[in-house]
Design a binder for this molecule. Structure first.
Ligand code: SAM
Length: 226
């Protein structure tokens, strides 16, 4: 029986990968990667020679059929994304559901846990995180206002991903809706310029206004509950 592995990879620091993930990536017949060049850097670092093929959000349904055929031939396959845990604001959900639908219990979908930016940010935020609401990326237009209202009313910590192009816009919206709430911005986690900055939305806006060089990289935003 073939196995299909869903393997978490580092979110920056290449050391943040489990021994099991390294072993599995070395043992499988094929690694499906969002961007094979990004994954190749990780594989080279660990001297893993396994063949890679791309699987990303724009992949066609015919690609899924092709993957199903390879599993039928008995190939063990691993799915990775560019960084962190596949399917968490990353591709893979449709592929996994199609594999489950096609093979029922004949193929094991095996999660290989590891880094994810949402959990990494929460773990060092100092914000209650026994319960939280994760929103992925906020919509750019439609539904954005509704989500800000949801964040405003949430009885749980709210976490979401943000890009450097929108972080100021988002902090400005938070300042309009929840000017007194504690917010944590986790930037470039596990990388050289890692930082977790907290304060009211206005304080954070002031911080990024002074430190314009820090409006770059990757961001996780955490908003304390109401
Ligand atoms: N699947 C990934 C995970 O498990 O974290 C998330 C992929 S999502 C396409 C990419 C977003 O995750 C980035 O835009 C950023 O918001 C967040 N992210 C990823 N790596 C990060 C890091 N090192 N520091 C802060 N945020 C990060």
């Amino acid at each position: 029986m073939a196995n299909f592995y869903v393997v978490a990879t580092p979110i920056g620091n290449l050391e943040d990968i489990t021994l099991r993930a390294i072993r599995i990536l070395g043992e499988v017949d094929l690694i499906l990667a969002e961007d094979t060049r990004v994954t190749r850097k990780l594989l080279d670092h660990y001297n893993i020679k396994t063949r890679t093929q791309s699987y990303h959000s724009q992949s066609k349904l015919s690609k899924i059929d092709q993957i199903i055929k390879m599993i039928e031939e008995g190939k063990n396959i691993a799915l990775v994304s560019d960084a962190g845990t596949p399917t968490i604001s990353d591709p893979g959900m449709l592929l996994i559901s199609k594999i489950k639908e096609h093979f029922k219990d004949e193929v094991s979908i095996v999660p290989i846990p590891g880094a994810s930016a949402v959990i990494t940010a929460l773990s060092a935020s100092g914000v209650p995180s026994s319960e939280f609401l994760f929103l992925g990326f906020l919509p750019h237009k439609k539904g954005r206002e509704t989500l800000f209202r949801e964040i405003t009313e949430s009885a749980r910590t709210v976490v979401f991903y943000e890009s450097p192009h929108r972080i100021i816009k988002t902090l400005t919206s938070l300042n309009e809706h929840i000017p007194n709430r504690n917010v944590v911005v986790a930037r470039e986690l596990t990388k050289i310029y890692e930082e977790l900055v907290s304060g009211t939305p206005e304080e954070l806006l002031a911080y990024f206004e002074i430190n314009t060089d820090k409006v770059r990289g990757e961001f996780v935003v955490i908003v304390e509950a109401k």
